[in-house]
Structures are given as structure tokens and as C-alpha cells.
Ligand binder design. Sequence first.
Ligand code: COD
Length: 162
Amino acid sequence: MNRGVYPGSFDPITNGHLDIIKRSARVFDEVIVAVLLNPNKKGLFSVQERVEFIERCTKDLPNVKVKSFSGLLIDFMEQNGSKVIIKGLRAVSDFEYEFQMALMNNKLNPEIETVFMMTNSEFSYLSSSSVKQVAMFGGCIKGLVPDIIIPDIMKKIKKCNR
Ligand code: COD
């Protein structure tokens, strides 16, 4: 089976992430969206919330699974029988960081390849941090994240702003 792993923080999932997931699901037999559990970086949403958001947004994609992981990505890849990391690329700034990560992961396990998908021009400016900032300051996040998770994001932001 041709299984790809799409790793990230997804704090929260945006329409840019979802676009990469949908396109990957057409290329791979199975796609595992892997949400990083990083004890040193507290996100706005818990890993459980992020996983649940992604599950809700991908429920119509039968070959997409969502899991969380901690530690090294290449260990998760081995445990899940995948040799292909899927990454999205937005700008030159993404390239430098992703280039370094791809080489490091390949150095740690030469069987691992990273494939890059160009962002959809519609979402090239989108990041989880910019979505959180817009929401924090009362801006409209419609069109930036899947509609189905907007109420949950707004609820959390209101709680944090209290
Ligand atoms: N359009 C297209 N792609 C996008 C968009 C968009 N609008 N927004 C984000 N993306 C892509 C990003 O480029 C990235 O490929 C992916 O979606 C996830 O993005 P984020 O921001 O949610 O996640 P990151 O970049 O914080 O994730 C980092 C990882 C979790 C992948 C990384 O830290 C990791 O692998 N950590 C595990 C430790 C490890 O193994 N390190 C490697 C050795 S140093």
C-alpha cells in the first residue's frame, strides 16, 4: 500500500491544510494526518481537539486517518509503515525550513522521502497563527478554516479572551 504521512501542528487545521489533505488523498492509497504532540509548545487547542477537528473535516475522505505522535517523525513513519512524508509549500520561507527538515529526516532514515505539494494560490497566505490572530482580534475567519469548526474556534477564543 502506498501510504503517505502528512505531519504538522494543525493548531487549528486551516483550509490550506485541508486542501493538501484532499489532494494527497487522490495521490496516495492512504494518508495519515499526524498531529505533533509537543510538550514544550503549548498550542491554543489540545492535541485531542486538533485531532477531532481534522477527523470531522475529513469524514468524507475514507482513505484519510488522523493520529497524534510525539518524538521523531521518522519513528512514527516506521511504526505506521510509511516511507513518504507529505509537506505543503507556500513561500520561499517555507522552503528553507522544509529543505532542512527533509534532509535531516532523510539522513536519519535514508529510505524516507519527502514530497512537496505547492499550496493552492487561494490559500497561499494562510497559516494557523494568522487565523488565531484574526479571530483573537474579532475578525471574520469564514473561508480561512472549514466552516464546521468555526464555532469551536470562536468558543475557545472567547474563553481565552475572558
Ligand atoms: N498551504 C499549503 N500548505 C500549508 C499551508 C497552506 N496554506 N499552511 C501550512 N501548510 C503546510 C506546512 O508547510 C507544513 O508542511 C504542514 O502544512 C503543516 O503545517 P503546520 O504549521 O501545522 O505544522 P508545522 O510546520 O509546525 O509542523 C512541523 C512538524 C510537526 C512537521 C515538525 O516539527 C516535526 O516533524 N516534528 C517532529 C520532530 C522531528 O522528527 N523533527 C525532525 C528532525 S529535526
